[in-house]
Design a protein around this ligand. Structure first.
Ligand code: ADE
Length: 230
């Protein structure tokens, strides 16, 4: 069983519409929709925005469905000039840019007493994701890199530069690393797939609605080609 998490309805609705033999489980105010997608057993869920929602959601996928893998799909703000709106970032690993205990000698993003800062995506799964993406989305660029998550929508140059420089991250979003950490705690392979909807600077608000739809088209296309090959 493959778990697919999107924070917002528009990130998963098209996939849910294509599922067969749908069953719904409501838990923690979330609807877990299980069934077949292109012949594969999947469970698709809208987690809601932010790290707490995403972590709770992932734990339920582990406990109630014993998922073999978790895919997080959605949009993100680009932290690098070369990564454009519409392009896709596939996670090598994920960090939390809002974890900060440096006063105790920890690195930025390092979770105290866990000796852990970055959570690595499954290598085979991310390599497969990148190659499928190149095949089905030839008009955009796909990047493999670090994803920075935090409970903040990044929309200022200073904020953007701090995250990009401190963490060498390619894009910023609000769930990926919470899913990564919860998956890691449960020993479940994961990958985060994010299409760029904005540049995470003072143009972010303006760009967002206009480009979100276009960005999501690319992730949906990718997932529909990826799932049958997993
Ligand atoms: N999701 C999409 N764009 C984002 C941004 N700029 N910051 C955080 N999450 C996002």
């Amino acid at each position: 069983m493959i778990g697919i998490i999107g924070a917002m309805p528009q990130e998963i609705n098209q996939l849910v519409d294509m599922m067969e033999d749908r069953k719904v489980l409501e838990k923690a105010r979330m609807k877990f929709i299980s069934g077949k997608l292109l012949g594969k057993d999947v469970v698709i869920v809208k987690s809601g925005v932010g790290k707490v929602n995403a972590a709770v959601c992932t734990q339920i996928l582990a406990d109630s469905y014993s998922v073999d893998a978790v895919i997080n799909t959605g949009v993100a703000g680009s932290l690098e000039n070369r990564i454009d709106i519409g392009d896709i970032v596939v996670s090598t690993d994920a960090v939390q840019h809002d974890v900060e205990a440096t006063i105790w000698g920890y690195e930025p993003g390092e979770i105290p007493m866990m000796k852990k800062k970055a959570f690595a995506a499954d290598k085979a799964l991310r390599k497969l994701t990148v190659s499928v993406c190149r095949e089905v989305n030839p008009d955009i660029s796909v990047f493999e890199g670090r994803i920075a998550s935090g409970d903040q929508f990044i929309s200022g140059q200073e904020q953007k530069e701090r995250i990009a420089e401190t963490f060498s991250a390619y894009c910023a979003e609000m769930e990926g690393c919470a899913i990564a950490q919860a998956a890691w705690l449960n020993g479940i392979p994961f990958v985060i797939i994010r299409a760029i909807s904005d540049k995470a600077d003072n143009s972010a608000e303006m760009d967002y609605n206009e480009f979100e739809k276009q960005a999501i088209e690319h992730t949906v296309k990718l997932l529909l080609a990826l799932i049958p090959r997993m």
